[in-house]
Design a protein around this ligand. Sequence first.
Ligand code: SAH
Length: 252
Amino acid sequence: MGKVYLVGAGPGASDLLTLRAAEILKRAELVFHDSLVHPQTLALAARARKILVGKRSGRHSTAQSFINKRLVDAARKHAVVVRLKGGDPLLFGRAQEEIDALRRAGIDFEIVPGVTAATAAGAELGVSLTRRGLARHVAFVTPRAGQGERKNDWAASVLAADTAVIYMGAGLAEEISTELIARGKPKATPLALVESATLPGRRILRGTLADLPALALGTGGGPAVVLLGEVLRAASAEPVLAEKIEAILKRA
Ligand code: SAH
């Protein structure tokens, strides 16, 4: 019986992989990977057969139950099987279904964390998501729900959070902006859209919550996250505004 490694490939750039992930990829016999994984990351798995199993939202991808079954079958034939996922495997990656299937089948597994898109985007912006005095509450949300899934109140989390990072939301820009404004989020809330963070095709678009639909038209179809909150105002601040923020922080 082999072991299955659920490995985070990071947000894009292949050198944002952990040393542990790289070492496991070197030993891998079989790698089941997402379509967002960088070719140079895949190349580290020099000995492995590589199998693409999805997933870009809205496009054809392998059914989750089929992936689960393939992982179990692979571990019965191979010593080192890798399930390589974009970003961190435990965030918006359907890892739990795979973990449950492996547990049920009695297959040994290990999870290797990765750099998630939210922090990669923060790095591109030069913005702390938890800037002292402005943000102590960060929410990672997605408005996307799978077919037949219970609707989640993602907007309530965004309203409550000091900083929100919205995954898989660029295609829903209009809905996101309308819903949040209707529920009381100020139109002028500072916002950034970061597409293809850490990759050569990276784009950063800044504006306010009201601008989101227009900004989304400026993206090129790469993966993108929306960041929302006062920390973004501070980062793009002109000197005068920066001084005001410093003054607020001093009072706090
Ligand atoms: N497990 C991943 C998220 C998978 S869901 C993680 O931890 O990052 C896929 C979504 O992640 C995309 O729709 C997009 O919102 C975000 N994403 C992934 N890579 C990204 C990148 N390089 N730049 C911006 N957003 C990215």
